[in-house]
Design a protein around this ligand. Structure first.
Ligand SMILES: [Zn+2]
Length: 251
């Protein structure tokens, strides 16, 4: 996507969200920065790895998420400029991802020229802000949903919609809702009891194996222990809480 498009989307969002001028500038600067100072990515070459420019039209979700986490954390400690700068960098990739690379560079370039003539539709900005949830799971889902589009107006609409939704999520309320806080506290408490439970399950499976029971019983015991120790539901609620600056290791 052309710089003009990245900047016009940033400005439309800043206007709708009432960001002060300095932060609007930060968001605009961040939005074009990946073209100026590219992110590195690794590509396999022969038996080694080569450092290349991170792809913009099929960017790794991890790169975008890393910028969004940095933005959210800066925002929570009141470093707003750094927050919007990192947010802008992430949005650049979301916007480029909206453009179908197509066949041949010439067609792709023509498509971006057409997009550059378009203004970000205000209804896309408003809709994005409206649907936004303040949650890392929400922004991850947004990134996954962005599809490469071919029609210039669809490219602009999608890029604007998701950019606005992600911005509203990152710059959303700094404090968690009571429901999440409750769920989080309960999960942390339960997790503290988990190692004991996991150990008991593992011990049971060993006993079962020695007792010469059916091996399936022993395997089931082992599996239960593994699930309890990895505890994906606990990790998920911790990630959600981290979006609000809560850290299970430093309560
Ligand atoms: Zn780019």
């Amino acid at each position: 996507m052309k710089w003009k498009s990245h900047i016009s989307i940033a400005k439309a969002i800043a206007l709708e969200m009432g960001l002060p001028e300095e932060l609007e500038r930060g968001l605009c600067n961040g939005s074009v920065e990946p073209d100026r100072r590219p992110d590195a990515a690794f590509r396999e070459q022969g038996r080694g790895l080569r450092i290349v420019r991170a792809p913009h039209h099929d960017p790794p979700a991890g790169t975008i998420m890393a910028y969004l986490w940095r933005a959210r954390k800066a925002y929570l400690i009141g470093n707003d400029y750094w927050a919007v700068k990192n947010l802008g960098r992430a949005l650049h990739y979301v916007q480029d991802k909206s453009v179908s690379p197509g066949r041949g560079f010439r067609r792709h370039d023509a498509r971006e020229e057409y997009v550059a003539d378009l203004t970000p539709p205000r209804e896309a900005v408003v809709a994005g802000i409206e649907v936004a949830e303040c949650s890392p799971r929400f922004v991850r889902r947004c990134i996954a949903e962005v599809r490469p589009e071919k029609r210039p107006d669809e490219i602009m609409f999608q890029a604007t919609l998701y950019s606005a939704a992600i911005t509203a999520s990152v710059l959303g309320p700094p404090d968690p809702e009571d429901v999440l806080l409750d769920r989080y506290r309960r999960a942390v408490k339960a997790h503290r009891l988990r190692p004991a439970l996991g150990g008991a399950a593992a011990a049971a499976s060993v006993t079962a194996a020695f007792a010469g029971l059916h091996p399936g019983v022993a395997a089931a015991g082992g599996l239960a222990a593994a699930v309890i120790i990895a505890d994906p539901a606990y990790r998920r609620v911790c990630r959600e809480a981290e979006w609000f600056g809560l850290d299970a290791h430093r309560p």
